[in-house]
Design a protein around this ligand. Sequence first.
Ligand code: LLP
Length: 421
Amino acid sequence: MDHFLYRDGQLFAEDVPLAQIAAEVGTPFYVYSSATLLRHFKLFDDALAGMDHLVCFAMKSLSNQAVLKLLGDAGAGMDVVSGGEYRRARAAGIPGDRIVFSGIGKTREEMRTALEGGIRQFNVESEPEMEALSEVATSLGLEAPITVRVNPDVDAKTHAKISTGKKEDKFGIPISRAREVYAMAAALPGLKVIGIDVHIGSQLTELEPFRLAYRKVAELTEQLRADGHEITRLDLGGGLGIPYARDNSAPPLPTDYGAMIREEVGHLGCEIEIEPGRLISGNAGLLVAGVIYVKSGEGRRFLILDAAMNDLIRPAMYEAWHDIIPVIEPAAGHDLTPYDIVGPVCESGDTFAKGRMMPTLQAQDLVAFRSAGAYGAVMSSEYNSRPLIPEVLVQGDQFAVIRRRPTFDEMINRDTIPEWL
Ligand code: LLP
């Protein structure tokens, strides 16, 4: 459920008509619903109620300061994957003891930043990383709390580009080698082993792969405890999928996911962390765009929007489906026209949808891409020298621009021409 509904013949974000935001901010723009973000966070938080737990929002999915503050104030922790994300989280007021640091390529500099600034744990992904962290922590006279990310060799049954838990993937250490890697960690100075981490992929639409992975983590917990390690925390990653098309069968709900976690690892008495991104932010955001032209091609009709692949890369990159709906509610019994919905960027990959059945549209009309809150704005670029588009946050009947559109000069003046040219 989200808070983007038609009311009085037009699409609203909570209590604000999108047409009003478009008139004030200009298109294209991203808009997020506070109520939806909070609702989704709370679904996870409630699903783990009764267990010692922390929901760490995977901020790679949506990292605007205002969104982080909103979720942080509601009690969320953050899963960060770079020094930049760490700084963003801290700048939004998230305490270090609610930040977990994931990623296979943490640099010594990033480790230092997090150790000095305060960190809940590092999810370590390899032996060389472990040695580097040991050195950095020792040189600072600090102790780094760690989990080791294990690769359980489970098929997440999702798009190949976002699957991370098969043995051929670059993530984690093979679970078969976990015991020797934990022995090595225990022997290194400056590290404190506290738990196990696992994340098998994104946009999972079934619980079974999670269940298989968590069962392996539960077995490993018992083995490691028998080996003398104190395993008190399990980070179970993110990955629960969302419905992208309204008429699709629905992926499992956070409540079912939470119940499954309890079944698989509840008996271990560990503190549980999860790292959901998409399920919290995906359906809490829209990309709103204007129609520039309707162009007739050879047996096709192109809807040319002012948003492009640089603003929302998911269709070009993963053949992802996003529902696209008109901002003015179509009249009952309206005709449908097949459109190729494209952006102005100079490559054919800049296509959002082919032959999409839509109510008849014309230049100046507004459309909204659903499910665009996750991996939308954060993956955008300035390709074709198109400045990054604004982000807007709605709460009830108020809205605010939470990242403004840069001016052309700001974009151009980041470059410098050397004096010898
Ligand atoms: N934890 C770790 C260690 C991750 O690598 C990820 C996502 C998450 C948590 C959050 O997963 P989520 O709950 O959002 O599924 N750009 C792609 C998705 C890439 C996901 C990368 N890792 C897309 O647009 O579909």
